[in-house]
Design a protein. Structure first.
Length: 483
């Protein structure tokens, strides 16, 4: 009996020890869970934009502009934006009436890039403005002056004269930002000052049809009217873009100019008031699979030179029509757009190494970059050899003079068969054929001679002049099977 009591007492002690141990484990787990929750909250707070927004808010400004708009009175009222408001016939029909002036106001955003008052914004925010007012986050207002602008990229630099040094932003590196990275915007949508919105980078290098130098960051951070010109920040508080455009019928689709583009233009905007771009003097097109095969290129990459302007840098550097530009300095050129962006960013006067593909092998040429000037397009007129679904005619002296071409240059297309090989390849009436398979066409005889010979793989590479554009087209002529 005594032994039984001792055994129970011993087991009881073991039970107590077990219960205490179990309770200790439960409490430890609870404490661990609670501490983990605290740590989770701390980690989550690291992703808050509150501290950055508070710090960077003073560098973001509200821009309001006033411009004078002229319009003619219309019976029953004015039609400043009517479909016929600027039409001369419409004016004559209703008689000449004196133009009426009215003031148009608009709002936008901007951000301070230097303590002495330089501000980046969009060109469309301040374009043709008679008066620019810049309002800081603390309520102070200053008159703004446009110091430089570039309509092609929609960037403007304005200046205010502050009474004391201002809070300025820090530039980030928009080339390094990746789709999926967090970003946030601060701006004045619909006049609601210093609104903060957050999202991610959705894509890079977007072309939206706003100009020849489209290269936008796409973001789903909310951007609305009034945000234009405001900054897009990364999670380090550095500016990576200038908010510029939205898709009106979509949600979460906004676009920003990469800050690397803007800061690259800053010296020109400050010093000249406009942007200087590089110029080679070539017309190019993308390399298709057919063209790559014809030129014996391994890949359909590069920019195919369809025309070289006489006396311009490319001509002086030995570049020829039919060359494929594969690289500029150490930058790989994948297509014509790559070439346009790369050349535009080159400093005027710089000696540039160009890698090209010619006659089945790579070679290098050196070009001295010139300054790009605005170039205007011209016009065209009217063709007999029934081959590949089109007829052509020899160029007359009057035609070559009209098109500003050397004598004995090319043949002109006078008719295109519906759904024929030529039409399907994209040729048009009044296109001028300058070369076929890299051989110059000087007469109708040249054309017939080359087209009568069977080309390798039935493929013909045409060099075409249309208006003032030059490009290549491939025609594939397959042998017809006899019935």
């Amino acid at each position: 009996m005594e032994n039984c009591k001792n055994l129970c007492r011993s087991n009881g002690n073991k039970m107590n020890i077990f219960l205490v141990t179990l309770l200790s484990i439960i409490l430890t787990g609870f404490c661990f869970s609670y501490t983990g929750a605290e740590n989770t909250e701390i980690r989550r707070s690291d992703f808050s934009f509150a501290d950055l927004s508070e710090k960077l808010g003073p560098a973001v400004v509200n821009i309001s502009t006033t411009k004078t708009v002229k319009t003619q009175p219309f019976p029953g009222g004015t039609m400043p934006f009517g479909p016929f408001g600027q039409d001369d016939f419409f004016r004559r029909f209703f008689g000449d009436r004196p133009e009426r002036e009215y003031k148009q106001t608009s709002l936008g955003s901007g951000f301070i890039i230097s303590p002495d008052g330089y501000i980046f914004t969009n060109n469309h925010v301040v374009e043709r403005a008679d008066k620019i007012k810049v309002k800081l986050s603390d309520g102070r207002e200053y008159d703004g002056e446009v110091k430089g602008k570039d309509a092609n990229t929609d960037i403007a630099l304005i200046k205010i004269t502050p009474s004391a040094p201002l809070t300025a932003v820090t530039f980030g590196d928009s080339d390094k930002i990746r789709p999926g990275d967090w970003v946030f915007a601060i701006g004045n949508p619909f006049g609601l000052n210093h609104t903060v919105t957050a999202g991610i980078i959705s894509a890079k290098g977007r072309v939206i049809g706003s100009g020849p130098y489209d290269n936008f960051l796409q973001t789903d951070a909310s951007i609305n009217p009034g945000n234009s010109g405001g900054p897009l920040f990364n999670i380090n508080g550095e500016v990576v873009g200038i908010n510029t455009a939205i898709v009106a019928q979509g949600q979460g689709i906004g676009f920003a100019i990469p800050i690397n583009t803007a800061k690259g233009f800053l010296p020109d905007l400050q010093g000249k008031g406009y942007v200087t771009r590089g110029w080679f003097g070539v017309t190019t097109q993308d390399v298709t699979e057919e063209i790559a095969k014809n030129l014996k290129l391994k890949e359909a990459k590069g920019a195919l030179v369809s025309h070289v302007i006489e006396g311009d840098p490319a001509d002086k550097g030995g570049i020829q029509a039919g060359d494929v530009i594969l690289g500029i300095d150490k930058k790989v050129i994948n297509d014509s757009r790559d070439l346009l962006m790369a050349v535009a960013s080159l400093p005027v006067g710089a000696k540039t190494s160009i890698k090209i593909w010619r006659d089945g092998r790579e070679m290098v040429r050196t070009i001295v970059v010139a300054e790009r000037k605005d170039k205007k397009d011209a016009e065209e007129p009217d063709s007999t050899s029934e081959i590949v679904g089109m007829t052509v005619q020899e160029m007359t002296p009057e035609m070559t003079k009209h098109f500003k071409l050397p004598a004995k240059t090319g043949v002109i297309i006078t008719s295109i068969a519906v759904d024929g090989i030529a039409e399907n390849a994209g040729l048009r009436v009044r296109d001028i054929i300058l070369e076929i398979n890299r051989q110059a066409i000087t007469s109708l005889e040249d054309y017939v001679s080359i087209m009568s010979r069977k080309a390798e793989d039935g493929m013909y590479l045409f060099r075409i002049k249309r208006n003032d554009s030059f490009f290549y087209v491939t025609l594939t002529v397959s042998e017809k099977k006899k019935p």
